[in-house]
Design a protein around this ligand. Structure first.
Ligand code: FE2
Ligand code: FE2
Length: 242
């Protein structure tokens, strides 16, 4: 068994190609569509729904935490619920800034737009503490990389300042996941289970990247190469052509 810190450091390193791809796709989206109001509106429609869903899913999780959960973990996750509500508000403001209209969630919301937050629901359903903590560690880390990139390339100061703030929060949320994993990954068996789950989650997040940052159907060749070099072939049929 590896020392827990080393195990988690190496795990974090192994996520970098996934994050790199998300950064490439973010940069590409803003290069290609950064001046296209309709594309931007669609892009942020997805984001606003996702922040709202993050808040809802996490609030439910906090409400159902086992009674013996570390009080510090309880506090941090409850704080994250508030952060996600704050992100929901910030993205809603971005939409108003772009469209000049009040954001009407009744018109925007569609269950298919659950994206990453939908994944959280999937892992929640597995009722496995590794799945949730790992999702937190990995997916929030990815979000932080994307929003950090966006705060650099968005070409609109209103959007950039808000996403710099959101990126900082997501980084902190990822650290909460790591904190939880530090308590779990202390046995050979738990580390093995974590690695197996990474093997599944990587591909879920590759799909999410293509669906939420790309053209919904394909993965660009440069991104595909990076993913292949790092993680090999997908173990299942993906929702996007691979
Ligand atoms: Fe968020
Ligand atoms: Fe978050």
């Amino acid at each position: 068994m590896k020392p827990t810190k080393q195990f988690l450091d190496e795990l974090w390193e192994s996520f970098m190609p996934l994050y790199e791809v998300a950064e490439i796709q973010t940069r590409r989206f803003f290069n290609n569509h950064g001046q296209d109001k309709e594309m931007l509106r669609q892009f942020f429609n997805i984001r606003v729904c996702n922040e709202r869903w993050n808040m809802v899913e996490l609030a439910q999780k906090v409400a159902n935490l086992p009674i013996d959960t570390d009080p510090e973990v309880v506090r941090l996750l409850a704080k994250q619920v508030y952060d996600e509500a704050e992100h929901f508000r910030l993205v809603s403001e971005i939409l108003e800034h772009l469209t000049g209209e009040k954001t009407d969630m009744n018109k925007i919301y569609h269950p298919n737009q659950k994206m990453g937050a939908g994944l959280l629901g999937k892992y929640e359903a597995q009722d496995n503490p590794i799945a949730l903590s790992l999702y937190q560690f990995m997916a929030e880390g990815r979000a932080s990389h994307i929003w950090h990139t966006m705060s650099k390339v968005a070409n609109d100061e209103f959007i950039q300042t808000r996403y710099a703030r959101i990126a900082r929060d997501e980084k902190f949320h990822s650290k909460i996941g790591r904190l939880m994993l530090e308590k779990i990954c202390v046995t050979e068996e738990a580390q093995q289970q974590t690695l197996e789950m990474v093997g599944e989650m990587i591909w879920d997040l590759v799909e999410i990247s293509c669906v939420s940052l790309g053209d919904f159907k394909t993965i660009p060749d440069d991104a595909k190469q990076i993913i292949r070099d790092a993680y090999g072939e997908p173990p299942r049929q993906l929702r996007v052509e691979f």
